[in-house]
Design a protein. Structure first.
Lengths: 351, 357
């Protein structure tokens, strides 16, 4: 397992080279992904035979490898909902070290991500964070529920790990529903540290409603999404404005994190546009033909290669709507909601 | 003679003239519709034949009686705007017919996706003495009616489309402060299949595949005691026959292949039919040309009916004795899925009754 970590987080190898090896590994060991690739490659053959022979399967793998050597965007992207419907793992018969589940109510079907190498996730989240921020000088606060009560949240696990890196004793989860202690803020300032506060959209707004307080001007607030709940909805732009005003910060200090239970890497944004870590790549796909990559500034579905997912599936099509600029950065525009289908529907522009 | 009776007689006459074999206008409209690729010849013919079968004096009179329409109670003096969708051939016919039957003045926005067929019927109506140019007006551009306020507006919509339509109505001053809106939101129907004889399988095929599965009367969910695996042979044979007689007009996007591959990946039973996919469970309703199969009994039908509520148009059963708890108003025979009666109720609302209120 250590070999994968050395390979994935090694700056000297390109993402496309490592992706080839990860694909071969996952095609061999992850039955869900293999079946997906084989069926996508030849529907008629898949319909006619119950079992795909080993040689046919090998042919498909070779075909895909030949294709992706020229074009990294042509890996088959497994719809991320597979984490709800199947065990997406390259170790189907082994115990897992961690299990992450997507958020949701008890009667909702939730994604389950079996994490076979917790240390790989640790490295991914820490190296990823360090790629964007100065972790050594940071005090991490999480205004979220704590890890003990939420062992299946990849986000809370991440915040806990970031907190654990700080020896100052100042990093911690803030108690929910309580005002922030002004002395704690002063102590961060006194030690010359940078405060980085994580929280979900409405959690942070709720924190502001408890009490008025300003954060030191060099602080960063990282919102982790959740702009739409069953009760409330807010745009990212409006959220950032309210957070900046509420915490007394410049707008540029309000950042965003894009992550999910199904991914072991995160992207961060210091404005509208998210950037990825070197072992992650984002493309925007045509929703009607996800094999096709859309040009910059055209909205579509976010496709992701996340090499840190080596033990599950690294080639994924999310259910999120996004758009990319010509620098390879992307925006997340909410969930992809297909147009209203089937029924009669009078549309001003079409009818 | 009472006004209502005159309207019935006149509409019957207009419809008969419209549907008569020597109506060259209708023939031309069909030809143009097919030639320009709006719909297949088979689907257009089927839609016209379904209307033909549904219209008779007794059917109209029964509808009028049920709706309580008469000389005392009607919609005369009202201006009614019908915004017709164009996803199926002549999908707006019932709204236009009901409006005229109610005694209201009809204003129609004809769909650009079905531009030729309905106007040929409206022209036959205008040839009669009963309706003048002022009483029956239509256009393909909504802004042609700018500044004409209406007492009622009838259209089909959805969560995402309704705000835009309302905004356009306001902007073009097509309403006044008391204008009523009849908005239909149902998107699909469900079938309960408890037998698999040839006729039932043929009816099911028609209910799922007619018009490429479009329209709220098309079946998107089948609940059956049989699993998809048990029935795949019979269904595949029926579909082949159906498509030989009714070639598919529109084709699914490549995304459907991804859904097929996905089902294989998660080992979900499915039936791939080239232009259509049937799969067991996994409701998403995020693409056309997919029908969902669920093994279950009538209680499962009732459960889904509650779950899908406003999205659901009708529940089809194989015989009239079959009851679905809580769905008494929405249960219809499977064989009528694509051939509804003249007085069928979109979204469970009788248009004729609604227009009088």
């Amino acid at each position: 397992m250590d070999e994968w970590k050395q390979l994935i987080f090694n700056d000297s190898s390109s993402l496309s080279d490592i992706a080839l090896q990860v694909f071969e590994y996952q095609f061999e060991h992850n039955p869900v992904y293999r079946r997906y690739c084989v069926a996508l490659d030849d529907i008629s053959a898949s319909c006619e035979t119950e079992l795909v022979s080993e040689s046919e399967s090998k042919n498909v793998k070779e075909k895909i490898l030949n294709r992706v050597r020229d074009d990294i965007t042509s890996y088959p992207l497994l719809p991320i909902k597979a984490f709800k419907d199947a065990a997406v793992t390259a170790h189907p018969s082994q115990e897992t070290e961690l299990v992450f589940k997507s958020s949701g109510t008890s009667d909702m079907q939730r994604s389950i991500h079996q994490v076979h190498d917790a240390n790989l996730y640790d490295q991914s989240l820490l190296k990823g964070f360090q790629h964007f921020y100065d972790l050594d000088n940071a005090v991490i606060w999480g205004y979220t529920p704590g890890y003990a009560g939420n062992p299946h949240s990849s986000l809370i696990y991440m915040i806990q790990k970031l907190i654990d890196q700080d020896n100052s004793g100042l990093s911690r989860f803030l108690p929910l529903g309580e005002p922030v202690n002004p002395n704690a803020i002063k102590e961060v300032q006194r030690q010359g540290k940078q405060l980085i506060l994580f929280g979900a959209a409405f959690g942070l707004l709720d924190l502001l409603e408890i009490d008025d307080f300003n954060l030191p001007s060099n602080s960063i607030v990282v919102e982790t999404g959740g702009m739409k709940t069953h009760r409330r909805e807010i745009t990212r732009g409006e959220l950032h404005k309210r957070l900046a005003k509420g915490f007394g910060l410049d707008g540029s200090r309000i950042h965003s994190e894009y992550g999910m239970a199904e991914l072991l890497s995160q992207a961060y944004a210091s404005g509208k546009w998210f950037s990825t870590v070197p072992w992650m790549q984002v493309t925007i796909r045509n929703p009607e033909n996800p094999n096709k990559v859309l040009p910059p500034y055209q909205e579509g579905v976010i496709g992701i290669i996340d090499l840190a997912n080596v033990h599950s599936c690294s080639f994924l099509l999310t259910a999120d709507k996004g758009v990319m600029d010509n620098k390879g950065r992307f925006q997340v525009l909410g969930r992809w909601n297909p147009k209203d289908l089937r029924g009669c529907n009078f549309l001003i522009d079409e009818d | 003679m009472a006004d209502i009776q005159k309207r019935i007689n006149t509409l019957l006459e207009a419809t008969q003239n419209w549907l008569s074999g020597d109506n060259l206008y209708l023939k031309d409209a069909i030809d143009q519709t097919v030639r320009e690729g709006y719909f297949s010849f088979e689907d257009v013919n089927f839609a016209i034949e379904a209307i033909n079968k549904s219209i008779s004096r007794s059917a109209i009179e029964a509808w009028v009686d049920r709706a309580g329409l008469g000389d005392e109670s009607n919609a005369s003096q009202k201006n009614v705007l019908c915004l017709h969708a164009g996803n199926l051939p002549l999908v707006g016919f019932q709204d236009a017919f009901a409006t005229l039957l109610s005694g209201a003045r009809y204003t129609g926005k004809i769909s650009r996706k079905d531009p030729y067929l309905l106007p040929t019927f409206l022209n036959e109506v205008k040839k009669t003495d009963m309706w003048s140019d002022m009483d029956v007006q239509w256009t393909h551009r909504l802004d042609d009616f700018e500044g004409m306020p209406h007492d009622a507006v009838v259209f089909a919509g959805s969560e995402s489309s309704v705000p835009g339509v309302k905004e356009a109505i306001e902007k073009l001053s097509l309403n006044h402060e008391n204008t009523r809106l009849l908005i239909r939101t149902a998107h699909f129907s469900m079938a309960y299949l408890d037998r698999k004889d040839e006729q039932t399988m043929s009816d099911l095929t028609e209910a799922i595949f007619r018009y490429g599965g479009m329209g709220c009367r098309s079946v998107a969910i089948v609940v059956s005691p049989f699993s998809l695996d048990e029935i795949r042979g019979e269904l595949a044979d029926q579909v082949k026959t159906y498509w030989l007689e009714n070639p598919q007009h529109e084709y699914p996007s490549p995304k459907i292949k991804q859904q097929f591959a996905y089902n294989e990946a998660v080992e979900r039973p499915q039936l791939w039919l080239e232009y259509f996919l049937l799969q067991e469970g996994g409701f998403e309703f995020d693409q056309d040309f997919v029908c969902y199969w669920v093994q279950g009994d009538q209680s499962k039908v009732a459960e889904f009916a509650e779950q899908f509520d406003k999205q659901l148009q009708s529940v089809y059963v194989t015989d009239s004795e079959k009851a679905i708890d809580g769905m008494e108003q929405q249960v219809e025979l499977l064989q009528n899925a694509q051939q509804p009666s003249l007085s069928w109720k979109p979204d469970g609302v009788d248009t004729l009754t609604w227009l009088q209120d």
